[in-house]
Design a protein around this ligand. Structure first.
Ligand SMILES: Nc1ncnc2c1ncn2[C@@H]1O[C@H](COP(=O)(O)OP(=O)(O)OP(=O)(O)O)[C@@H](O)[C@H]1O
Ligand SMILES: [Mg+2]
Length: 224
């Protein structure tokens, strides 16, 4: 059985990853693929415990290195329990965030050495990288405004979790970091303009993914 495709959605807060994920999964299913739509930590019990530590508002003093290692630890479990077994069964895996988020947030955003973050994540994932990464690109202010509006609708008190309380400069570095990662690996990334309404963005995403699927069908199957 051919291995499944591994697709990821990346981009800053409010870019629309969680909105576009299910829409893209639906499109892929209609195209005849067996799809697992997931996000880290993907329901792994160990990953959920780690996520709780990362998001706890009492943990404001968390060192950038601790944060980076915890994300990588959760990811190690996610790859082994969720992603790799699904790919081996021929399932297409679509993940809301993955390694590039750590490179952008902990590396470019928090200022850790990007090469170190990359190396730690290689250890965590056994070197598993996505076949295609859809980067939803948007100005940080626009993305944060969407996220804030969503919290307003939910009646929350306008305060996000610990990671959401970072300054605008941080988000500027994160966005620039994502775009740099895309420039460094143009064959893996599809950069999508995430402005406009949900349906406009959906059409752009589907167009890019369909192009990738066509091209990957045209590429010869790797031997073995
Ligand atoms: N194209 C769009 N136009 C307007 N609002 C949008 C659009 N896409 C998503 N939204 C809304 O913006 C908010 C944030 O979107 P979403 O949760 O999909 O972003 P996200 O990238 O998953 O953010 P996070 O990184 O915080 O998880 C949601 O309330 C969503 O309904
Ligand atoms: Mg989301």
């Amino acid at each position: 059985m051919p291995r499944g495709l591994f697709l990821t959605l990346e981009g800053p807060e409010g870019a629309g990853k969680s909105t576009q994920g299910p829409l893209l999964a639906e499109h892929l299913r209609r195209s005849g693929l067996d799809v697992l739509s997931t996000r880290e930590p993907g329901g792994t019990p160990i990953g959920e415990r780690i996520r709780g530590v990362l998001l706890d508002e009492a943990h404001r003093e968390m060192a950038a290195e601790t944060e980076m290692l915890l994300f990588a630890a959760a990811r190690a479990q996610f790859v082994r329990e969720v992603v790799s077994p699904a790919l081996a069964r021929g399932v297409t895996v679509l993940s809301d965030r993955y390694v590039d988020a750590s490179l952008a947030y902990q590396g470019f955003g928090r200022g850790l050495d990007v090469a170190v973050v990359r190396w730690v994540n290689e250890v965590a994932t056994g070197g598993l990288l996505p076949d295609l990464t859809v980067l939803l690109d948007i100005e940080p202010t626009a993305g944060l405004a969407r996220a804030r509006a969503a919290r307003g609708k939910e009646g929350a008190v306008g305060r996000g979790d610990r990671l959401e309380q970072e300054a605008a400069a941080f988000y500027g570095r994160v966005r620039a970091g994502f775009l740099q990662l895309a420039r460094e690996s143009p064959q893996r990334f599809a950069v999508i303009d995430a402005r406009g309404d949900v349906d406009e963005v959906r059409r752009r995403v589907i167009e890019a993914v369909d192009r990738f699927l066509r091209e990957s069908r045209e590429r010869p199957e790797p031997a073995g």
